[in-house]
Design a protein around this ligand. Structure first.
Ligand SMILES: [Zn+2]
Length: 468
């Protein structure tokens, strides 16, 4: 299996540090709002990578953090007049709901930055002791010039960066020894969450969080470190500088980065009005469609999100789900039990599609070609399975389809439709929750119904509902 390594700018054969195991760290979101569809891309593509490793028999230790202390979280907390902790806890829960909708498996461990401060302080102290960090007025900086390999991941010209950054220095940063030095620990500001440290009360910088959480849950050396390409510099470059200076070992063997997501061929931004949260998308589409859409392109290519492409993804996904439904229907009514000779030959041919699928995935996780192999299999199932087919043949071909779609994280079983009585009962429960002013619960029920394709409309005469 080959993976494109940002470090070497080449596709390299994947060789795990430890036979049969993969240690993988994916930088998680900063939780100050609902996640947007740009956040969804690394979640989906690296979950698919994990699933493929598992398909190949690897035992995968998959760690993905939540950054739950950050300027944006503090700003949001101040706006709402609540604690930063309340904001981060709320959006971690919401993020997990979106992940579930996108069928992203929970990580082996989802560490929270605020629960790992002790380890971060120790790591910073190690860097100071080794001469890789220094303290100035309560702030601890990383000494980039001391780390000779600084810049090896991003392949940037550091002298250009240094002269560029010099003019960008903000007040208070003139105490740095070098413009590229970055913050490991910052002193407390009034009203902000803070922790005790040898350098006074304060909080960690963003980069040190990942170095510590990766080390604690995966060890000093890992196989794969991944994230969006916007993280290459400075975040991942800084993580390497911290981890390798502190541990004296190569940090990660393979660095994987997904490409940008554009909206209607433009960069996603709030000011352009083309900014979408995953939750907003879930109001229009089953999030399986979003997942399928994301996998229709290679993870390193830029991906353009548009209504047209989402519609195409929806009908593509529909074709696969319908084929699986059809096989299940035929299975229920099949007469013959075992495969006859011609069915055995026909079934042997499905091996070709599996091989094509694996070949695509082995080539740097080319999900676009893997999806094409699934479509070929679907076409084959549709043309060879019918009312005459044996149970063994139908089950065999369905199993192959489920096995491959499971690697992509695509669920090919339609959710059971809710009965009218169940819907009425949930609506009554929601009304009761609203009466008690438990709006969180009321919203939860509304969302649950929406996920099952039931749209509610509050009118003066009461609640009306319809199936989407
Ligand atoms: Zn990170």
């Amino acid at each position: 299996m080959k993976l494109y390594n940002t470090m070497s700018k080449k596709k390299e054969e994947f060789v795990p540090l430890e036979k049969g195991r993969v240690k993988m760290y994916v930088c998680g979101p900063t939780v100050y709002n609902f996640i947007h569809i740009g956040n969804a891309r690394p979640m989906i593509v690296f979950d698919t990578a994990r699933r493929y490793f598992e398909y190949k028999g690897y035992d995968v230790n998959f760690v993905s953090n939540f950054t739950d202390v950050d300027d944006k979280i503090i700003k949001k907390a101040i706006e709402e007049g609540v604690t930063a902790d309340e904001i981060s806890k709320r959006y971690i829960e919401e993020c997990k709901k979106d992940m579930e909708g996108m069928n992203v498996k929970p990580a082996t461990t989802h560490p929270l930055a605020t629960e790992e401060i002790g380890g971060m302080i120790e790591l910073i102290q190690t860097l100071i002791d080794k001469g890789f960090a220094y303290e100035k007025n309560g702030t601890v900086y990383y000494r980039t010039r001391k780390f000779e390999d600084y810049g090896k991941l991003s392949h940037k010209n550091l002298d250009d960066l240094r002269s560029g950054n010099r003019s960008l220095l903000v007040t208070g940063e003139d105490e740095k020894e070098d413009p590229l030095d970055f913050v490991l620990w910052k002193p407390k500001k009034e009203g902000e969450p803070a922790w005790e440290s040898p350098w006074g009360e304060g909080r960690p910088g963003w980069h040190i969080e990942c170095s510590e959480m990766s080390k604690k849950y995966l060890g000093e050396q890992i196989d794969i470190h991944a994230g969006g390409e916007d993280l290459i510099f400075p975040h991942h470059e800084n993580e390497i500088a911290q981890s390798e200076a502190a541990n004296g070992k190569e940090f990660a063997k393979y660095w994987l980065h997904n490409g940008f997501l554009n909206i209607d061929n433009r960069k996603m931004s709030k000011s352009l009005g083309n900014f979408f949260t995953v939750r907003e998308i879930s109001g229009k589409y089953d999030l399986q469609v979003l997942r399928f859409f994301m996998l229709s392109a290679h993870y390193r290519s830029p991906l353009n999100f548009s209504a047209e492409l989402m519609e195409a993804a929806k009908s593509g996904l529909d074709r696969i789900v319908t084929a699986a439904e059809n096989l299940r229907f035929l299975l229920k009514n099949a007469q013959a039990e075992d495969m006859n000779e011609s069915e055995k030959d026909a079934f042997a041919k499905t091996r070709e599609y599996v091989e094509n699928f694996e070949k695509a995935m082995d080539d740097d996780l080319n999900t676009a070609d893997a999806v094409a192999a699934v479509f070929e299999l679907v076409k084959y199932a549709n043309t060879t399975a019918d009312g005459e087919s044996s149970r063994e043949y139908l089950q065999g071909i369905l199993d192959v389809l489920v096995k491959l779609t499971d690697v992509l994280g695509i669920i090919v079983e339609k959710k059971e439709e809710l009965l009218d009585a169940d819907i009425e009962a949930l609506i009554a429960e929601r009304q009761a929750a609203r009466k008690e002013k438990n709006f969180a619960k009321a919203d939860e029920i509304r969302n649950e119904l929406l996920e099952r394709g039931i749209i509610l409309k509050d009118t003066r005469e009461g609640v009306q509902w319809k199936r989407a």
